[in-house]
Design a protein around this ligand. Structure first.
Ligand SMILES: [Zn+2]
Length: 190
């Protein structure tokens, strides 16, 4: 198993550190960090505010990320490319639909003799699950939630006021789980 992280413009350093820590804990063969300093979230693109999409939206993100993943798969002989998209993502982003991934998988096989020979698959095990169910599944699998990072700001600790932090707090509450990173006052609320 190998892992891939994308370092796009403005990504929180703490998020990269979390990805490293989780990859290490998972014991992956290789954790590759792809540097994409010219790839930006819409909030960092002057005059680009697509309606119905959050400020964290990256134009054509999954087409780009999965192209790198397919290249990595070709290089390493991997047969499965695994993405962690869930049902909540599909409500917002067009590039997480089953139709999109089926087309992409077909394109990769058409465009690479190696991927076609290996019958490469794009696998999305969480696709039908909502985020609280993903958290509960993570708990049963022993996911080290204390190593994860959800904050959009770059600091030592979660700010508990940005979009990422508020969503994390809400999803853990909906899952009926205690977040090991939550400050004590939030634990009392839940
Ligand atoms: Zn935050």
């Amino acid at each position: 198993m190998r892992a891939l992280t994308f370092e796009y413009m403005g990504i929180a350093g703490s998020e990269l550190a979390a990805a490293n820590a989780i990859a290490k804990r998972a014991g992956v063969l290789e954790h590759r960090v792809v540097r994409l300093p010219d790839l930006r979230e819409s909030s960092d693109i002057p005059g680009f505010r697509p309606s119905g999409l959050p400020p964290s939206y990256i134009p054509l993100r999954n087409s780009i990320f999965y192209a790198f993943a397919a290249s990595f798969a070709e290089e390493t002989g991997a047969t499965d490319i695994v993405g962690g998209h869930n049902r909540d993502d599909a409500k917002v982003f067009a590039d997480v639909s089953p139709e999109f991934f089926n087309c992409l998988q077909m394109a990769f096989r058409k465009g690479s003799r190696i991927l076609r020979g290996n019958r490469v698959k794009i696998v999305r095990p969480l696709e039908r699950m909502r985020k609280p169910a993903v958290i509960r599944l993570g708990a049963t699998l022993g996911v080290p939630f204390e190593l994860t990072w959800s904050c959009h700001r770059d600091s030592e600790e979660h700010c508990w006021s940005c979009e990422g932090c508020l969503a994390r707090e809400r999803r853990f509450r909906e899952a009926g789980m205690a977040d090991p990173l939550a400050p004590s006052k939030m634990e009392k609320i839940t």
